[in-house]
Design a protein. Sequence first.
Length: 248
Amino acid sequence: MTTRGHFDIHWWHGDQLTDGHTATDYSTVGDIPGFGGGTAPDEIMVSVHGWRNAPEDAPDHFATVEHSLNQNGYDAPVVGFSWDSDTSTDNWWPTTDIAERNGPKLANFLTDYAAQNPGITFRLIGHSLGARVVTECVKTLNSWGYYDLLASATLLGGAADNDAVALGGEYGDDISAAVGQFDNFWKAGDDVLNWAYSTGEFDSAVGEDGCEGTPPGNYQDHNVDYVPDHFSYHEPGDGCMPEVAAQF
């Protein structure tokens, strides 16, 4: 599924929805099993990429996630969520807002899919700034009263504030209410987050420190310092996908 072209960044007004789009609309590309017809699987994984991932690069990211999961015994379909992340480095703040504004769009897809396929199990996995899409999706589902839709949500090198996932933080109570299991995979030596996130946000990311504060009861931090860099969490061989798949 995709929301590419739904947002534009104006030099003065910041990020804005483009004409013809709403706070919750989305499009699909290709066939999604069980969506719009056909037999649905028992569950699906939705993969969300991070910052500066161009439209032509996103399919490779999703294919790598699916391949890495398949190698570790997880064989449910992986649906990619491609969003307007290919912005310039001086547009960090509007891009974080775009990521967050994509959360309700993802939530709308999940509820639409569930309406067609009652009893379907959903899992989410977000890399880097895709963590903001995932956490805002969880927040939206909770506000809409969907408490049992998400079996799990997983962050890989998440570019979200480390206190936001704690109870009393921006997303902690939503995580507690609307996700079966929430896993955060982080590494202290993530140079991208250590430098770029701290510079842009004047704070620490959950992907470099884990949760700051009291975590929800269904939240688990996983330190994966063996992952070589920010872009390798989901890679076969070097990444942490064996640990990710073991949580399902």
